[in-house]
Design a protein around this ligand. Structure first.
Ligand code: C2E
Ligand code: MG
Ligand code: MG
Length: 550
């Protein structure tokens, strides 16, 4: 039996009674210096022990005895060549064990790091576990195939949280996250594990059966619960939640892969629309891989100048003249061929590459338009993401400055999402641009929310009526009524109305009768490369177009 002391204050009286296994140590304790050393050892605030070179315990203080007598610590670390290690004892506490080499053995001490570890695994804001804790628990679960197969991993992400944070401030954002955490806790089962992974993303390990039914029920509940209004600081806040779910299976018991799968499902749930949930399916992996390749190709395209612009003329019905051109992005990719903007603009917006691409488009369009004959306008599509960037105004100023293009010859085409996404900030930017003389038109009108409020909040120069209304026209009374209504609205507000996608003489006759002021579409011309513009204008002068279509 090794020496043990019960409490530091009693150590002095107990010193004499301390029994040692080794006579030499026993003799040493009789010297004053050894007594002091022994007392210090016994009263250490850490659990401590002296172990001989043969791995035998020679002496331990009370704390060491109480903590580690039954857990084979000495055998474990001796077998492990005394490397520093962590050990968990049955009551859940975790100790860091350190060994210092001495003449004929080791001084082993242990430090309780439970609090430190708990803090390192707790999210300070919501007091839920954090990503570190989540991963540890998931690894633990996946180590046991049976319980793992009856469980589900859900990742939850808030839609439009960034907008709340940006517009209402971080203190409201933080308070919102705490309320979300509470609602999640109220929805999960008592054995489920909830953590905030980062930002507005939460993770849940559900340990209920049967699956996938239990996960479906929980995900539907979360979408419903988290999508209800929040009352904070007297304000009602609406956000929605999307959920991605991965089910561990015998063939997938890897923590990283499970998290990645849940993340992929979440990503596609978000893409599907706000407030929805999706289970991971293996095909998603291929799709996302495809998107990653597209992203890499887009970045390369920008660096290698694989983009160009095509210009589609806009024709004014009253003056019967080509008044301007819309710049449309073209990507000639060596491996993919010509790729439609509809196939990569959404991804470019999502990944943020739209910013440098949009920058390039603005500069190229201004530069090319400056060389056109006459004073025709150039219309550039600007996405909502670009509007959220405060540098947009400067980019436009420098594109105009570099090219020498008159500001009124530049027209920005924005969609309603700009007005919606930038939450009021867009209006200020639009007014600034208007102050500079730049024109602004509302693109694809009729396809989004089509709020008439937008038309009142900013004096757009043009409303572009989406081609679906124009081409759906012949037998489609609804579309026709909409075109007529927009044309008359434009007239009352003093805004031009452009019918997009006009392909036939019939369609042209209708939109003329319906009161649109301008037209754009294959009937006038397909988008053409910049080097053909001068020729196009020479051949399609006002009179020619008037007689062709008249
Ligand atoms: P949009 O701004 O509504 O552009 C009109 C689209 O309709 C163009 O397709 C054009 O080629 C097509 N179009 C024009 N007339 C006709 C017609 O008579 N029939 C048919 N079937 N189609 C017609 P494109 O070039 O494929 O562009 C698609 C969309 O991609 C654009 O729609 C715009 O939203 C976006 N886009 C294009 N270039 C850019 C860009 O530089 N930046 C941004 N952010 N978006 C762009
Ligand atoms: Mg457009
Ligand atoms: Mg359009």
């Amino acid at each position: 039996m090794a020496t043990t002391a019960r409490a530091p204050e009693r150590i002095a009286t107990r010193t004499a009674k301390a029994r040692c296994r080794d006579d030499s140590v026993g003799r040493a304790t009789t010297s004053r210096a050894a007594t002091v050393a022994f007392n210090a050892f016994m009263s250490m605030s850490r659990a401590a022990a002296i172990v001989g070179s043969d791995g035998k315990l020679l002496m331990q203080n009370l704390m060491f005895d109480e903590l580690f007598s039954n857990c084979g610590l000495i055998e474990r670390i001796y077998g492990n060549q005394w490397q520093d290690c962590q050990i968990a004892i049955p009551d859940g506490r975790v100790f860091r064990v350190e060994a210092i080499t001495m003449d004929d053995g080791w001084l082993v001490s242990a430090f309780d790091m439970t609090d430190r570890l708990t803090r390192a695994r707790t999210d300070n804001l919501t007091k839920l576990g954090n990503g570190v804790m989540f991963r540890e628990r998931l690894i633990e679960l996946l180590a046991n195939p049976q319980p793992a197969e009856g469980s589900a991993v859900l990742t939850v992400d808030l839609d439009r949280f960034k907008a709340v944070n940006d517009s209402l401030g971080h203190h409201i954002g933080d308070a919102l996250l705490c309320l979300v955490a509470k609602r999640i806790l109220s929805a999960v089962g008592p054995n489920d594990i909830v953590a905030r992974l980062h930002g507005d993303e939460f993770g849940i390990i559900q340990t209920a059966t049967p699956q996938p039914e239990s996960a479906t029920t929980l995900a539907a509940r979360l979408v419903d619960l988290l999508g209800r209004s929040y009352l904070l600081d007297g304000q009602l806040i609406d956000v929605a939640a999307s959920v991605g779910i991965a089910l561990p299976s015998a063939s997938n018991l890897d923590c990283d892969q499970t998290m990645k799968n849940a993340g992929m499902a979440l990503h596609l749930a978000k893409e599907q629309g706000r407030g929805s949930f999706r289970f991971f399916e293996p095909e998603m992996d291929d799709r996302l891989q495809g998107r990653r390749n597209l992203e890499v190709d887009l970045r390369r395209a920008l660096a290698l100048r694989e983009f160009s612009l095509a210009y589609q003329p806009q024709f004014n019905l009253k003056s019967r003249a080509i008044t301007g051109f819309e710049a449309l992005l073209r990507w000639n990719c060596p491996s993919r061929g010509t790729v439609s903007p509809l196939d990569y603009i959404p991804l470019a917006e999502e990944t943020g590459i739209i910013a440098p691409i949009g920058d390039w488009v603005l500069r190229a369009a201004c530069r090319e338009a400056a060389s056109w004959p006459g004073q025709r306008t150039v219309a550039v599509n600007v996405s909502a993401i670009q509007f959220a960037n405060p540098g947009l105004v400067l980019t436009i100023l420098s594109a105009l400055g570099e090219s020498g293009l008159d500001p009124w010859r530049l027209e920005l085409e924005i969609t309603e999402s700009v007005m919606l996404d930038a939450e009021g900030a867009a209006l200020g930017v639009l007014q600034q641009l208007r102050g500079m003389g730049v024109r602004v038109s509302l693109d694809d009108f009729g396809t989004g929310y089509s709020s008439l409020g937008y038309l009142r909040s900013f004096p757009f120069d043009k409303i572009k009526i989406d081609q679906s209304f124009v081409r759906g026209m012949p037998g489609d009374k609804g579309s026709r009524a909409i075109v007529r209504a927009i044309a008359s609205l434009g007239e009352s507000l003093g805004m031009a109305t452009v019918a997009e996608g006009v392909e036939t003489d019939d369609q042209l006759a209708r939109i003329v009768a319906d009161g649109c002021t301008d037209v754009q579409g294959y009937l006038i011309s397909r988008p053409i490369p910049p080097e053909q513009i001068t020729e196009f204008l020479a051949f399609h002068d006002t009179a020619a177009l008037a007689s062709d279509r008249g």
